[in-house]
Design a protein around this ligand. Sequence first.
Ligand SMILES: [Zn+2]
Length: 195
Amino acid sequence: MTALPRGGHPAEALAAVEASIEECWRRFLAEYGVAAGTREETELAEMVVADTSAFRWRVVDAALRRLRCTDCGNELGSGPTGCGKCDQADGFRFAAIEIDRPATPRGTEHGLRVATAVARTRHRYGVRARCGFELGLPSLLDGELPSTARAQAYRAAIDKLTEDECERVTSFEEVLAKHRGTRRPRPGLSSRRVR
Ligand SMILES: [Zn+2]
C-alpha cells in the first residue's frame, strides 16, 4: 500500500482504491487458476502488460506492481521520469479499459484511475499537479466528477499556494479557504491581540 504523505481523506481514499485493485487481481488470478507468489503469476502479469488495452485498469495497475523495471529496478512504470522503460509502461497503463460504475457521471472512472496513478507514482509529477489529483481522489471514489468550472477554480486556487502548502493540504475546501485568506484579509483580524 502507498502511504500518501499528506494523509487525511486523500490517503484513506487511496488505501480504499488500492484495496480494490488487489481484490481485482485476486479474482483475476482465480479466473486463470493461478496462485499468488508463483512464476505463473509473474507470467500472467507480463501478459497483461504486453497488451494493456485488453484488460481493466485495476488489473493493469496490479500487474505493473508485480513486475520490476529491468533498467531502473523500480516497480515497472514507477521509476523516475526519464527511465525509458518506465515511461513507456506508464504510457501503456492508460490504454487499459475503464468502465464507469453504475449511477456515476461518465468519465468518473477515468478520473479515478488517473488520480490513483498520480498518487501512487507522485514523484513523476509536479507539486501542483499531484496536489490537484490527490485532493480529487475522495470525491471521485464517491462517484462524483467535478464540473469543468469547478476543476478550474480548484486549479487556480492551488496555483496561489506555496509548494509547501500544496504538499500539506488535505482537501479542496482547505485550498479555497487559504486562497480566500490571502486575497481578502479581514480588516482588524491581524491587529487582534492573541492571548
Ligand atoms: Zn524504470
